[in-house]
Design a protein around this ligand. Structure first.
Ligand code: UT7
Length: 310
């Protein structure tokens, strides 16, 4: 028996902020944003909705879809760089709200690669036999650390949450290989003081190099080749970065997950949100070979190759 994702849940706020809305607020254009990033609109949470509220909604869907009860969850891992407050953690808030009284809980800070770090950590606890089910959430309310006067960053990000239940899966399904990495010497390129600050060009170069390489590495580690890959789910940061990884794997456009146009960059939430829509809309099916790759501030990165299905 392998270990894999049993289900995926998602939550995005209702409020849609379009490129046209941003044109009214700052010196930018729909044309610039679309051609440089692929983003058309993003979701922004209201003042009454914090990170833990979005995490709760996504987690509820993941738990329901996995067909388990909150009491069966042994651990909750929440990947976020925008918690409600430094402590208590979002994961403990979630534990209380879900009634997951048997779960240990901690947050993970690995920026946009956070969901990958969470799933890989969860896999080891399940494999070790310590927990049957681990809830992993990637969630961000980036709008609260966005400098709305900085057009270099304000147009890029969105709010949202994605969640998954990691547990035992049947046959040869589940996580086949993974890679996690970090390069702390690049921390200066993407960080938060009051607001999020970014050296876009440096992050862009790192992302193109690292996402493609991680994808290739996990495919090799799984003993597979590029031709075996059915679907690529890259971190939804920028369509140009995503396309570079797709081309590295020589996959046609329809074999890549794409939701950046609808939600912008939702950091730790982007991979599970995108995968959620791929499952719901029939692009990902049981026994498909999936490659998930992410990168983010730290700098951090992570890749997973898995055979989908329970
Ligand atoms: O999850 C990880 C987080 N970060 C990322 O993934 C971001 C990675 N980087 C990127 O996606 C890209 O570097 C950006 C989308 C941020 C920028 O694209 P670029 O093609 O690298 O543009 P650039 O930085 O070379 O800037 C080109 C020009 C600049 O003007 P000058 O200096 O050439 O006159 C910018 O001032 O575009 C200008 N610019 C804008 N213009 C209109 C920057 N932001 C905007 C904007 N609207 N919003």
């Amino acid at each position: 028996m392998g270990v894999g994702l049993l289900s995926i849940g998602k939550y995005v706020p209702e409020h849609v902020l379009t490129n046209a809305d941003l044109e009214k607020r700052m010196d930018t254009s729909d044309e610039w944003i679309r051609t440089r990033t692929g983003i058309e609109e993003r979701r922004i949470a209201d003042n009454c909705t914090d990170t833990s509220d979005m995490a709760y909604e996504a987690a509820k869907e993941a738990i329901e879809k996995a067909g388990i009860e909150p009491e069966q969850i042994g651990m909750i891992l929440v990947a976020t760089v925008t918690p409600d407050q430094p402590f208590p953690s979002v994961s403990t808030m979630l534990q209380a709200r879900l009634g997951a009284k048997n779960a240990a809980a901690m947050d993970i800070s690995a920026a946009c690669a956070g969901f990958m770090y969470g799933v890989v950590t969860a896999k080891h606890f399940v494999e070790a036999g310590t927990h049957d089910y681990v809830l992993v959430v990637g969630v961000e309310k980036l709008s609260k650390i966005t400098d709305w006067k900085d057009r270099n960053t304000a147009v890029l990000f969105g709010d949202g949450a994605g969640a998954g239940i990691v547990g035992k899966v049947s046959g040869d399904r589940g996580i086949l290989a993974f890679e996690l990495g970090a390069d702390g010497t690049g921390g200066e390129h993407l960080y938060q003081d009051r607001y999020l600050k970014m050296n876009g060009r440096e992050v862009f170069k790192f992302a193109v190099r690292q996402m493609g390489q991680s994808a290739v590495n996990v495919i090799e580690k799984a003993g597979l080749s590029k031709e075996d890959v059915d679907f690529l789910i890259p971190h939804q940061a920028n369509i140009r970065i995503m396309e570079a990884s797709r081309e590295r794997l020589e996959l046609p456009p329809e074999k890549m997950s794409k939701s950046v146009h609808k939600y912008g960059n939702t950091s730790a939430a982007s991979i599970p949100i995108s995968l959620h829509d791929d499952i719901e809309e029939g692009r990902v099916k049981d026994d498909d070979i999936l490659v998930l790759v992410g990168f983010g501030g730290g700098l951090t990165w992570g890749g997973i190759c898995m055979r989908w299905g329970k």
